[in-house]
Design a binder for this molecule. Structure first.
Ligand SMILES: C[S@@+](CC[C@H](N)C(=O)[O-])C[C@H]1O[C@@H](n2cnc3c(N)ncnc32)[C@H](O)[C@@H]1O
Length: 398
């Protein structure tokens, strides 16, 4: 008799599944079982806090006893006690219910594959009980699908319209899984200057890449030209990815693009990104909040000076607060920002961290205080893109 298991997909929605055990092994399985819509009953002497708090399960806090599998379609024996697991398998066999035994997989009548979900596909891998191997293959397939190295033609038409995708702050690994997947499906990519160029390098040759930074006209006109391009290509039936640095809505005019597409009747998908405002300080060793140091952080655009008629920033309020200020686009007017904060009462010795080209190979750090930051920034020749972090947290790692 072949020992090779037969790979199958179970439709568990509304069907009773019993998990015996409530430790970390059971915990790892519960999420997918709940997602499948199963009526999950967990019988366990004790449960991890995550299992206790898991929504959508019936938790029975007591020892397993014969009869607990009554009415079940599928069973997992996942306690730390081999005798209990053996008893669960025995009851399941008696009742002809498929049962996974977590501690000794060959003793169960079923085995759990390493799985992944990708754009409506479910991939399952079994490797004769070699869990590391099945997990590694599953992960490799997942990465290949995400990068487009393996394409998964979909029964549904390819996504249409426009996807506004946050590409993250610079390191190409900091795009989201969804962003990466949609990028791999793009026909046309309209990319910002700050979107990581490595992400574009991975695209197949037939993909048209438009560099939004090279679109002529002034700022306002260029935005109109980008909106027009998004609409034009989407109307021509192409799937257009608008790839923007960081998060597409943080000082990035992303919502104007959403509005333009919506007005033109083009469907838009928004994929948030890892914003430089948080990630650049983090990867330079500075958290934007830290218990006991600050209860607020404010992200501020420095593209207009304090007191400018178009300024929407209350600099006096920023000067009065004690928390973290994260300044974007602030290099050009840094003297004015430090000045207004000092005049408003921020202590001169407040730590300042400046990060240029954060999260990339060219990352450059400068440490200063509110009093000497402008002078140091000029002396070191800091140029955009740079983030300026002001507040007690900026002193970390100094
Ligand atoms: C127009 S804003 C766009 C912000 C972007 N949407 C985000 O969420 O990160 C551009 C500014 O973000 C900051 N920035 C973006 N990426 C950066 C990086 N890798 N290093 C330092 N600053 C960065 C700089 O202040 C830059 O001038």
């Amino acid at each position: 008799m072949s020992e090779n298991p037969y790979l199958v997909g179970l439709r568990l929605a509304g069907r009773k599944v019993v998990v015996v055990g409530g430790g970390s092994v059971a915990q790892r399985r519960l999420g997918l079982l709940v997602d499948s819509g199963a009526d999950v009953h967990v019988v366990t002497r004790s449960a991890t806090p995550a299992v206790e708090a898991m929504p959508g399960i019936t938790l029975v806090l007591r020892d397993y006893r014969d009869g607990d599998l009554d009415g079940a379609w599928y069973v997992l024996a996942a306690t730390s006690d081999p005798e209990v697991n053996a008893a669960v398998v025995a009851e399941a066999d008696r009742r002809r219910i498929f049962c996974v035994r977590a501690d000794v997989a060959v003793e169960g009548s079923a085995v759990t594959p390493a799985t992944l979900d990708h754009a409506g596909l479910t991939v399952g891998v079994l490797a004769g009980g070699e869990h590391r191997r099945s997990a590694a293959i599953r992960t490799a397939i997942g990465e290949a699908l995400q990068t487009g190295a393996v394409s998964a033609p979909s029964a549904d038409a390819a996504p249409g319209g426009v996807a506004l995708v946050g590409a993250g702050p610079g390191d190409p690994e900091l795009i989201t899984v969804r962003g990466r997947r949609l990028l791999a499906q793009a026909d046309v990519v309209i990319a910002d200057r700050l979107a990581p160029p490595q992400l574009l390098g991975d695209l197949p040759p037939h993909v048209e890449v438009i560099d939004a930074a090279k679109i002529p006209y002034g700022r306002a006109m260029a935005q109109e030209a980008i909106n027009a391009l998004l609409i034009e290509h989407a109307r021509a039936g192409k799937f257009v990815v608008r790839l923007k640095g960081g998060d597409p809505f943080v000082f990035a005019r992303g919502y104007e693009e959403v509005q333009a597409c919506t007005e033109a009747g083009i469907p838009v998908t928004v994929v948030p990104g890892v914003t430089s405002a948080i990630a650049v300080p983090a990867l330079a060793g500075v958290p934007v909040t830290h218990r006991g140091l600050n209860h607020e952080f404010v992200v501020v655009s420095g593209h207009v000076a304090p007191g400018h008629p178009e300024s929407l920033v209350n600099w006096d309020a920023l000067a009065a607060m004690g928390g973290t200020i994260v300044l974007l686009m602030a290099v050009e007017r840094i003297e004015q920002f430090c000045d207004v904060l000092l005049k408003g009462g921020r202590p001169a010795q407040t730590p300042v961290l400046v990060v240029q080209h954060g999260t990339t190979a060219a990352q450059y750090l400068l440490r200063a205080s509110l009093a000497d930051a402008p002078e140091k920034i000029r002396a070191e020749g800091i140029r955009p893109p740079a983030i300026v972090v002001i507040g007690p947290v900026a002193g970390f790692g100094a």
